[in-house]
Design a protein around this ligand. Sequence first.
Ligand SMILES: Nc1nc2c(ncn2[C@@H]2O[C@H](COP(=O)(O)OP(=O)(O)OP(=O)(O)O)[C@@H](O)[C@H]2O)c(=O)[nH]1
Ligand SMILES: [Mg+2]
Length: 429
Amino acid sequence: MAITTHDTETDVQDRAILVSLVTDKIKRTGIDPELSLQELVQLAETAGVEVLDVLRQNKETPDSRWFIGKGKVEELRMAADALGANTAIFDQELSGAQVRNLEEALDLKIIDRTQLILDIFAGRAKTREGIIQVELAQLSYLLPRLSGQGKNLSRLGGGIGTRGPGESKLETDRRHIRDRITELKRQLDEVVKTRELHRERRRKAGAVQVALVGYTNAGKSTLLKQLTDADVYIENQLFATLDPTSRVLELAGGKEVVLTDTVGFIQNLPHDLVASFRATLEEVNEANLVLHVVDASSPMREEQMEIVQSILQDLGASGTPQIVLFNKIDLCQSEQLEMLPTGTGYLKISAFNSEDLTRITDMIADELAGDTLNFRIPGDRGDISSLLYRVGEVLETTYDENDVLYNVRLNKEDYEKWGYMLADFVDQQ
Ligand SMILES: Nc1nc2c(ncn2[C@@H]2O[C@H](COP(=O)(O)OP(=O)(O)OP(=O)(O)O)[C@@H](O)[C@H]2O)c(=O)[nH]1
Ligand SMILES: [Mg+2]
């Protein structure tokens, strides 16, 4: 699928060979290199690249000059000649020197996974915030790799790896790039302030925030659309969404929450990108509840869930209450379905099934409604009884001599707020 923002004049069809080097260090991460490679194919296709072949190598450590072994470089050269490739895309991150050595030896454009992801983001960015964030990430990635790269940059011509900061900009020296980074950070600060104002307003209005998070292509935007009729971009491709979109979602009983769709996560999400997108991702931190959307039909389901959890942890949002939505069950084999965990906090759904949508909103309502607690209030403490009616939902009332026993549903925030009045009256039995 080609990126629509392509400049057709400089547009060169990328014909690529993908390369994966499996080192001991990579083996220790526990990520299956084959699945990672499958994902690289998807990423390449999302960026409009034609994938011609895939080369693999196992090696204890990367070669400092070429990344892959010398013999493999030769193999890559022959494959590129035979197939008419103009690009090689590596599944792991390369150093600036390795990129230069490979480009000189092979006369191919050399791209790594990080650069490919940054490139896709560059093609997607639409809002001012998104555009600034992507350019900042690209320049931060480029800066340490820049020395002596002038020749390469001017010869790249077009296609992947050249979108975003235009060529002429890249040809300027490091100092200009540093100045540009400073300027972008300043602009981003302004945007962040505006975003914070919006958030503050929502917080003051008492809006409950629910964030859709998850691996890219899990179905987050589809769920936002199905639940709220939002007109959002949905595509069977990676990183369809860059900018968070929020819509009001009405739960049964009329309670309203603000539901926000966010950028998808991926393994090895480039650090520069996470740093640049922090402002956007802050939306996740603000959430009272996280809906973790999982593509239950993916062979990488478990790895993807772990990656999402670890990014949530990096963002400081791992303590936020979470509901896991195992989506796309219509695509699952029955064995796949049996392996999914069940119980509170988990739902198996299809975004296209309306009954499932109701189950989601019911579970959100339940989760936000909080726990039930028992209180024993002496008959002469009418003030506490009326407080309970005000802040909670009284489910049951019974009388025991002079005391009144209440079973009340109270959400966490309200209990924290009124705990100093109520704690003494909680009935432990
Ligand atoms: N069969 C099936 N397809 C689904 C379901 N939910 C979403 N999809 C499809 O999955 C693809 C990705 O959906 P999106 O909603 O764009 O996914 P996303 O999580 O927002 O992805 P990014 O924005 O790229 O991170 C689309 O082709 C959807 O139509 C589902 O329950 N069943
Ligand atoms: Mg999306």
